[in-house]
Design a protein around this ligand. Sequence first.
Ligand code: NBP
Length: 497
Amino acid sequence: MNKADIGVIGMEVMGKNLALNMESRGYTVAVFNRTEQKTRDFAEGPARGKKFIPAYDLKDFVASLSSPRKIMLMVKEGTPVDGFIEKLIPLLNKGDLIIDGGNSFFKDTIRRNEELGPKGILFIGTGVSGGEEGALKGPAIMPGGQKEAYQLVEKILTDISAKADDGAPCVTYIGPGAAGHFVKTTHNGIEYGDMQLIGECAWFFKNALGMSAGETADIIAKWNGGSDILRSYLIEITADSMKEKNKNAPGYIVDIIADITRMKGTGTWTVQSALELLVPIPTIASAVFSREMSQDKDLRLKMSGILKPGSESVPSGERSQLVDIAHDALYIAKISSYAQGLALLQAASREYKFDLNLGQIAKIWRGGCIIRAQFLDEISKAYEENPALPNLLAAPKFSEFVNKNLWKLAKFIEIAHKSGVSALGMASSYDYIMQIASPVMVSAQVAALQRDYFGAHGYFKIGGTKDPAVVKNAQGKMTEFHTDWMIEGRPEKEITK
Ligand code: NBP
């Protein structure tokens, strides 16, 4: 029998569908799963009569692969990945390749790379986005690791990847080490932000504008039309799912869905990385915090009987104008959220030497993945025009829109709050723009003063009210000062370190 071109371990939805995708592009695929029955069900079900080599023993699985062997793990992140790597090592030769296609924590990927490198085994940590359907029909793929490892599977990954509207494959070499998993994690963080912002719009339509789920679905469906700036997969599925009627009673299914959003970890990891790298990502953090708040249903039921936030209703004559305002408010909030996510990627690229190309990353997110959207084309173009953009919001296409329409986001937040609708994501996006556009953050001036007062932590100085730049010494370093607050006359001295 011919040997397999690639092997997939993990016969759950993602592994099965990726294997089917590979086979449909002409590859012979070996498959294995810890629990034999799943491999058997696959072999006797969707794989029947196709070019698959099912294996029920890891040794047979490895032996069925052509050299250099290429093995893709599609198993639960954490111990299962380590367990399989440990079992595979003695069965592999130098130059063989293990690909971890699960949602692994990037620091685990760094460690695995370091462990496998000296053994001569190549390792790729890759993000695969698009869920069950994407895996089958074409996902966005974000592979990181050694360049030569990528070259071994470049053709297979390109063949199975989604294609954007212009036909470009949604896969590219992301960078060394854990670059792929870091980018996938941040992709998921951005996805959390998008979902939160869309959800806040739906809450606004329901509680501030008094609309039914069906009316909301109709509006959101329009936002997905033609060349609308909001056109995206998440907008599309929100409209499609919100219009779904309750099968057992009048009304819509969304109205009887429990307001509890669970999460698996990638959103939290994105926020943790942002905290470590000192990159503010308030919109993405607000999405994680909102999911956390959603899970404490008992507390919210108790507190809702105690606290009474606003419940003003909007006059019906203002509704259609507010729907238009919500459209542009959502777009600005989304730009702000993506600016935060991309700033995190930029910082990680510097810290971990990922050498990320943000324009390329935006390009491969245009198809296959959950955040696929029209507007990623604009992001990609913005970085192509100016790879040294200090922040996405500096791109003229976005800064001009924000400058002209930011008042709409402010209006949305104001009306939402008056109507008792939380707009944590929208407000976080708004305030990110406020802060990044502030030549002087007075709150930071006051906090620096407080820190020096109570803890002698020192402070820097600016040139004055007309010169907000930080004072530097002849060597170009920021000069640090301390005031002796407890001594009469409060003398100030320069701190030399
Ligand atoms: P799951 O994440 O549910 O993992 C199931 C697979 O992990 C099965 O093959 C299972 O084997 C294996 N496994 C487990 Br669980 N514990 C194991 C252990 N201790 N040792 C060995 N194998 C073990 O599958 P999935 O939803 O297909 O996702 C696969 C990967 O892709 C995950 O990392 C996931 O985060 C990622 N991902 C999922 C999606 C999605 O939409 N589902 C999207 C993008 C990425 P068993 O059959 O013997 O229990």
